[in-house]
Design a protein around this ligand. Structure first.
Ligand code: ZN
Ligand code: ZN
Length: 264
């Protein structure tokens, strides 16, 4: 047990949460969005990231400090594959750790790490609904390098990255799904072009905007063409409303109409 008694977890806080998320998505980003710098850790210490969202949140992942002893150089599991964020004060209160410290030692550190691990994959769509920073951060953390609208790549390596990504937030009421049309809106990350075009064309819902980019149905002429993907979806509830699971047998059709079910 000697090892655990010397084990230390550091909390590293962001100065700008959007910049911080961008550095997690793109490690080559020139942004330096973390507090401190001098207070280095020891090799083998762990790091958890606190975002200055409103309310403050903690990223559900744990990094390991390497031989540079720099907290900001800590390495996280593989890449940041859409980790969750949770309200940090609630998280600490539930763990009985009350006041938020900058470091946790021994059993407390392990308790925080295990609990973060449990929160890691809780990423149901409803956690991204609502007009608040936590929903914004969770949506942004799911950004896959391409605009959810036009699917063009968005370069995050430049100083202007923060001005190239726009998070579309959605009312809680939009979670209501109809059997025919599914989600009326969906939290999304857009490029500047799509943000402007969606506003100019007067679309209140990102889902409506997205469907205007897809072809209209050759049968009913409706604008509800979902792109078909094949294979088993690994995360079924997070399949966006403009995609359709076509099953495991690859067929030659690309589109499925959400109104009349025609495929073509
Ligand atoms: Zn776009
Ligand atoms: Zn149709």
């Amino acid at each position: 047990m000697e090892l655990t008694s010397h084990h230390r977890l550091h909390l590293l806080s962001s100065t700008d949460w959007k910049d911080a998320v961008i550095t997690l998505l793109e490690p080559r980003s020139p942004y330096r969005p973390w507090h401190g710098g001098e207070d280095e850790g020891q090799e083998g210490d762990t790091v958890a990231l606190v975002l200055n969202t409103d309310p403050p949140s903690i990223v559900a992942d744990v990094g390991h400090v390497g031989d540079s002893r720099e907290l900001r150089q800590a390495t996280f599991r593989e890449s940041f594959a859409s980790p969750n964020v949770v309200d940090v004060d609630t998280f600490m209160t539930v763990l009985g750790l009350g006041m938020r410290a900058d470091t946790f030692d021994g059993d407390d550190a392990i308790k925080v790490e295990l609990s973060l691990d449990e929160c890691r994959y809780r990423s149901a769509p409803r956690s991204r609904f609502g007009h608040n920073d936590l929903a914004r951060a969770r949506t942004l953390l799911r950004f896959n390098g391409r605009c959810d609208g036009c699917e063009q790549e968005v370069d995050l390596t430049g100083m202007d990255a923060r001005d190239q990504l726009f998070v579309h937030t959605v009312d809680h009421e939009m979670q209501e799904t109809s059997i025919i049309l599914g989600y009326p809106d969906w939290p999304a990350v857009m490029c500047r072009g799509c943000r402007d075009r969606m506003a100019e064309d007067g679309h209140a819902s990102f889902v409506d905007y997205k469907f205007t980019l897809n072809p209209s149905c050759p049968q009913c002429r409706g604008h509800r063409a979902c792109e078909i993907f094949y294979g088993m979806p690994s995360d079924h509830e997070n399949v966006p409303p403009w995609e359709y699971a076509g099953g495991c047998c690859v067929e030659s059709v690309t589109w499925w109409c959400g109104i009349c079910s025609t495929t073509w």
